[in-house]
Design a protein around this ligand. Structure first.
Ligand code: SAM
Length: 255
């Protein structure tokens, strides 16, 4: 088998097999990848949020619902939202907590929620699934509307250094010949080895840091802190230690 023999490039528009919960093998692989997400994404995000007791939280693009479920153990109310019927069906079947609800909707239309409904909005690894700049602008407009004046907005993407990185450890980015860091919305394929030679290939879009600051600024949102992911000392040794951050977490507020 080739070093990076794809399990499958997941969907032309947006990682469709994962989003529609169709391919059992891919989903099993993705669940293993979820374990890594605890160290590099979810735990740092939870640590940043601090005391969430009594808070109302919206998790946009909640996927398997693992983070929403964890947050609901301490928060007063958590709503998970995803455009995928498959994932929302999975979440409704899997979790049974009174303060945890799941909704199928797209992030650019949060009309099912009133203005300033949430203390915190989180959105992990959703923007790389969006290929249209205006849709991203609408999403942040909606996020600003539903979060309270003093609320927190926390979202993540692949770190731009990771997007541009050469093959290292368990991952590589396959970029078309005309790929440029400076081109917003450029498509590329992130190939991640999960177990042995089993891999997932994510079809992602790339957005520059300049684009993010423009979109946030245009929607009355500012970046308070950036977290560049790395494995903590206590993470299992099986996770490869990259020489660069895989993910970037933007911790934001309204102005
Ligand atoms: C890469 S997964 C991340 C899932 C989860 N947040 C995590 O970190 O494990 C992206 C998720 O965003 C969802 N998604 C993609 N586009 C969306 C949109 N426009 N509105 C809502 N959800 C969307 C997908 O269905 C998928 O569950």
């Amino acid at each position: 088998m080739e070093l990076f023999d794809f399990v499958g490039i997941i969907g032309e528009r947006s990682n469709e097999s994962l989003m529609e919960y169709e391919d059992k093998d891919l989903l099993d692989l993705y669940t293993i990848k979820d374990e890594e997400h605890w160290y590099t994404l979810f735990n740092p995000l939870i640590a940043y949020l601090g005391d969430i007791e009594g808070k109302k939280i919206l998790d946009i693009g909640c996927g398997s619902g693992a983070l929403a479920n964890e947050l609901s153990k301490k928060a007063c109310q958590v709503d998970g939202l995803d455009s995928s019927e498959g994932w929302i069906g999975h979440c409704k079947k899997t979790y049974d907590r009174e303060n945890l609800r799941f909704f199928r909707a797209t992030a650019d239309d949060l009309s099912l929620f009133a203005d300033e409904s949430f203390d915190i909005v989180v959105m992990n690894m959703v923007v790389p699934n969006i290929y249209d700049a205006d849709e991203i602008r609408r999403i942040f407009g909606e996020i600003r509307r539903v979060v309270k004046e003093t609320g927190d907005i926390v979202f993540s993407d692949l770190h731009p250094v990771c997007v541009m990185a050469h093959e290292e450890g368990n991952r590589k980015q396959v970029r078309p010949d005309d790929f440029s860091y400076f081109k917003d919305g450029n498509r590329f394929t992130a190939v991640v080895k999960i177990e042995g030679d089993r891999e997932i290939a994510f079809s992602d879009s790339h957005w520059t840091l300049g684009f993010y600051t423009d979109v946030l600024d245009g929607n009355g949102i500012y970046i308070k802190k950036i977290i560049e992911s790395t494995y903590p000392e206590n993470a299992p040794k099986k996770f490869f230690r990259y020489s660069y951050p895989e993910y970037i977490i933007f911790c934001c507020k309204k102005f």
